[in-house]
Design a protein around this ligand. Sequence first.
Ligand code: AP5
Length: 222
Amino acid sequence: MRILFLGPPGAGKGTQCKNLSEKLKVPHLSSGDLLRDAVKNGTEVGRLAKSYMDKGELVPDPVLIDMFRERLNSKECANGFILDGFPRNLAQAQALDKMLEEIKQPLIVVLNLQVPDHLLMARITGRRTCPDKQCNAVYHINFKPSPDGKNCECGAELVQRSDDKEELVKERLRIYNEQTAPLIDYYDKKLLLRTIDGDGEEQAIFADILHTLTPPAVPDSV
Ligand code: AP5
């Protein structure tokens, strides 16, 4: 399976990509997680990325394109992948098309997770994440609290992402609408787009995603 997720910040892309990656046993490539790892490791890319992420802006295209080219060409992706957060504008989408053409691994489907604007801010500002690299669990103070409301199941103390503050979220949403939302039309024209209603309970949305990915049954009469 070669799947791309689209959706605004806080739509639940990371949550559903994790569920799907476990179910399908294909890697989940999250641009945000890859960038945050680079920041944590203090690499050159991480230092550059941080200066943009701290303002809620997009990191320059060449950084992301190189990062994903390396991943998509690795053995890890030989049997499929789930892309989350890349591409995020037209230039990145065109670069991805080219990369996938070169490795003869075209996208099978693009899932657009649709969530009304008024829910996004509450989802993002209430998010808490596990800082442990191996765990990386994501919770929500109201919608998915950790067992004791403070620590992850793995024991690490939960933290709030530095870009999950209200002012930055507003900027991220503005940039999403300006630069990323046009990709919905881009993939619709390629007949790859499927829309998923992301307003609901996590497991119900996951069931809907699995249903969308299941090929229609062959009618008895055929
Ligand atoms: P990134 O990490 O990709 O952030 P994002 O796209 O803004 O998406 P989020 O992680 O905020 O949301 P999500 O949809 O994954 O939601 P989640 O499942 O966590 O990017 C961060 C930054 O990196 C960017 O701003 C940019 O600077 C840079 N960057 C990344 N990619 C780039 C690129 N390609 N080019 C340039 N720059 C790039 O859910 C959110 C919360 O809601 C959680 O608490 C969760 O528990 C809760 N939740 C999930 N589902 C539900 C539900 N059904 N009901 C109630 N709550 C729910």
